[in-house]
Design a protein around this ligand. Structure first.
Ligand code: C2O
Ligand code: CU
Ligand code: CU
Length: 492
């Protein structure tokens, strides 16, 4: 295998090269002290709901309401009154039943991002519409060999996904390890971004920001602004990170601590990979082990250039790019002090990940991601809007774009013809990276969101096993998805 370039190592999630040092908080924040985010509060976690005897049943009420965000009263969208919604803890083989109650003024629905479950009927069916005031009973059966890891749930009603997630609708799902990984702490860290006005309302965004992919200036972890995490030295912590931002990439660094990446999304590397930083595209999760060393470290999102369309201004709040290139955005502060704890126990052996690279493929396909000026009548965006297309077409729920034979292995090459990155996401069936801009990962890397660099290409392989039915693939810059960069897949 060839050594990876720094950029592709970043794109693949792992990195053995020291990141550039970045300074402290770089947020261009102009609110008064009355409305400025409260930083430094102890980290909190959403309520956790655990399955028992193979089942977890719950109600999720999606509603607009008053809640705490960044330590201040805000009016935002939440599940069961909060953002993030409750964390759902499951085991392989479980059945998850969710009654979704829509108390919003507009339609919504529910998607369990990354779970390998049926997309049919009342399963992970993104074609369901739950009208205002209505409810829907979802049921998800996890296979007995479902991979452990961190997943998440969020709305998936086409045209409103970005708005509802920016408003606060998301929550985490953990599928527990059959053989637990010894850790002093198991933290779920959901990173999101939004913007609140002086009255605490989520602001609306411009068409230009939607085309670029909106970024909020308020970057939150579990709904808090730069919360404090405390630990003893010499401990192993497990951080399950979720990038729930609509469009913001997170190039995460935690200087002074030693980091090992277990895998991205539902994937597990053959052994944990020591990393200096982790790049998470929107929708990605990172399963990270942190071995603590005394001192204070800031978890920060360093500047990442995801490109932009020619002539497009910044993409952050009110058109600014809120990330100061030299400093990054602080997400959380880890304070490590006290008597050193006993060293962490060894890691349990892990099964070797599947590797499809030598397997015969039934089909090879190309997917062209394009963002261009909207000229013809095809475009849904109207005059002055760009069209966001896959293979030249905008999303149409009534059309099947890709038909795959159940049980087959396919190789897909996703080609990005635009000067900005697009994170490509496939529902239900995870993808194994074959190459990113021609470079291959050494050991198997499985993800459900794969970043396709500006003017670049990514090749993946997928085994369409266990489930049949209709589902979707799309850009996980959710504004792009809403603008049409999504296709329908039918496996039969
Ligand atoms: Cu996270 Cu189709 O979505
Ligand atoms: Cu998904
Ligand atoms: Cu995109």
């Amino acid at each position: 295998m060839q050594p990876l370039s720094r950029r592709n190592a970043l794109l693949l999630g792992g990195l053995g090269v020291a990141g550039t040092a970045v300074g402290a908080a770089g947020l261009a924040w102009t609110l008064t002290s009355r409305t400025a985010p409260v930083t430094g509060a102890a980290l909190t976690h959403p309520a956790e709901l655990r399955s028992a005897n193979g089942t977890l049943a719950l109600e999720l009420e999606a509603a607009r309401g008053r809640m705490q965000l960044a330590g201040r009263p805000a009016t935002a969208l939440g599940y069961n009154g909060g953002s993030p919604g409750p964390t759902l803890r499951l085991r392989a083989g479980d059945v998850l039943r969710v009654r979704l109650l829509n108390r919003l003024a507009e339609p919504t629905n529910l998607h369990v991002h990354g779970l390998h479950v049926s997309p049919q009927g009342n399963g992970d069916n993104v074609f369901v519409t739950v009208a205002p005031g209505a409810s829907f009973d979802y049921e998800y059966g996890l296979p007995a060999d479902h991979p452990p890891g961190v997943y998440w749930y969020h709305p998936h009603h086409h045209g409103m996904v970005a708005e509802q997630i920016f408003g606060g609708l998301f929550g985490a799902i953990v599928v527990e390890d059959a053989d637990p990984i010894p850790a002093a702490m198991d933290r779920v860290l959901m990173v999101s971004d939004t913007d609140l006005d002086a009255a605490g309302y989520v602001r609306s965004v411009s068409q230009t920001e939607r085309m670029a992919g909106r970024e909020g200036g308020l970057v939150l972890v579990n709904g808090q602004s730069n919360p404090l995490l405390s630990a003893l030295p010499g401990q192993r912590e497990r951080w399950r990170l979720v990038n729930a931002c609509v469009a913001r990439y997170l190039r995460l660094q935690l200087d002074g601590q030693s980091l090992q990446l277990l895998g991205m999304d539902s994937g597990r590397y053959p052994s944990p990979v020591p990393v200096e930083e982790v790049l998470m595209a929107p929708g990605n999760r990172a399963d990270l082990l942190v071995t603590t060393a005394a001192g204070e470290s800031v978890l920060r999102a360093a500047y990442y250039d995801r490109g932009s369309m020619p002539g497009m201004m910044g993409r952050g709040s009110a058109g600014r790019d809120t990330t100061d290139p030299s400093r990054g955005v602080p997400l959380a502060t880890l304070q490590v002090a006290g008597e050193p704890a006993a060293g962490p126990a060894g890691l349990p052996p892990r099964p070797a990940p599947a590797d499809l690279r030598q397997v015969p493929v039934a089909a090879r396909r190309q997917f062209l991601l394009a963002a261009g000026m909207n000229r013809g009548p095809m475009g849904g965006g109207g005059a002055g809007m760009m069209a966001f297309t896959i293979n030249g077409r905008e999303f149409d729920a009534a059309r099947t774009d890709t038909t795959v034979a159940a049980g087959s292995v396919e190789e897909w090459t996703v080609i990005n013809t635009s000067p900005m990155d697009h994170p490509f996401h496939l529902h239900v069936w995870p993808m194994q990276l074959v190459s990113v801009n021609g470079e291959s990962p050494g050991s198997p890397a499985w993800q459900d969101v794969v970043n396709v660099p500006a003017n670049g290409r990514v090749t993946v392989r997928t085994a369409f096993k266990d489930f049949t039915g209709k589902s979707a693939y799309h850009c996980h810059i959710l504004d792009h998805e809403d603008l049409g960069m999504m296709g329908v897949i039918a496996v039969r």
